[in-house]
Write a protein that binds this ligand. Structure first.
Ligand SMILES: Nc1ncnc2c1ncn2[C@@H]1O[C@H](COP(=O)(O)OP(=O)(O)OP(=O)(O)O)[C@@H](O)[C@H]1O
Length: 230
């Protein structure tokens, strides 16, 4: 069975621990919702699970999944979609071409772009530049990449921010369908996600050292810039 297992997982930025150590497991068909106040480390945890940051200690293992190359998956990143705070779509490029990029980059295998946009409630918008869309439409277009490429693990940072009530409900139903298909959803959120059964992982804030107490050698601005577009 598809399982993600985190053991003694500490996550952070540079060498500063932001959250953890954490122990949790998520199985096929389960949703894990990560909650906690601003700055508690929800995004940092999701980025670590998605393979964009290294764990500071501990480990994340995955079992029961096949990577796109047909071999058993070794990392969550190989079998996951990550949708961060930012939409990761190019503003001057059409919605359809943005989604084509993601389909090709992630290996394809899902619904057509038109079908994905229809399922997310955005029919007939594929030709428009991404920047022409409203904030909620942009968020939904970005979420459509979950449907254009089939991946069993969805790692989502505030997926329903900017969505109206009907769109939240529609996306809740898409997440439920993904779970019913044996997928996993791991989402950070400050608001209910419209799913019936979710488990909660609550992160509590830690005190970060003041700037003058921090260890040198880590260019935080460069890290932030490099991570920025996702
Ligand atoms: N690129 C970065 N470089 C250094 N520190 C960072 C970086 N991004 C976040 N942090 C710090 O890491 C801590 C956790 O931030 P994170 O974004 O993970 O919190 P969060 O729980 O997702 O917050 P929110 O609810 O506001 O989205 C914060 O203290 C933040 O200042």
């Amino acid at each position: 069975m598809l399982t993600i297992d985190a053991a003694g997982l500490a996550v952070g930025r540079g060498r500063e621990t932001v959250a953890g150590p954490l122990d949790f497991a998520v199985h096929a068909g389960e949703a894990l919702v990560v909650t906690g106040p601003n700055g508690a480390g929800k995004s940092t945890l999701l980025r670590t699970l998605a393979g964009l940051l290294r764990p500071l200690s501990g480990r994340v293992t995955v079992a029961g999944a096949t990577a796109p190359d047909g071999e058993p998956a070794q990392t969550v990143a190989e079998i996951a979609h990550y949708v961060g705070h930012r939409n990761a779509m190019k503003p001057g490029v059409s919605v359809g071409d943005n989604l084509s990029f993601w389909r090709d980059y992630l290996g394809g295998g899902g619904r057509s772009i038109e079908a994905a946009l229809a399922a997310i409630g955005l029919p007939d918008l594929a030709h428009l530049p991404f920047s022409y869309l409203s904030a909620g439409q942009q968020r939904r277009a970005s979420l459509a990449r979950l449907l254009v490429v089939e991946r069993p693990v969805w790692i989502l940072d505030e997926p329903t921010s900017a969505l109206d009530a009907a769109s939240q409900q529609r996306f809740g139903a898409l997440m439920e369908a993904h779970l019913a298909d044996g997928g996993i959803v791991i989402a950070a959120t400050h608001q209910p996600l419209g799913m019936a059964a979710v488990r909660e992982l609550r992160l509590e804030p830690r005190r970060l050292p003041a700037a003058d107490e921090r260890s040198g050698g880590v260019d935080e601005a460069a890290i932030a810039a490099a991570e920025g577009w996702l």
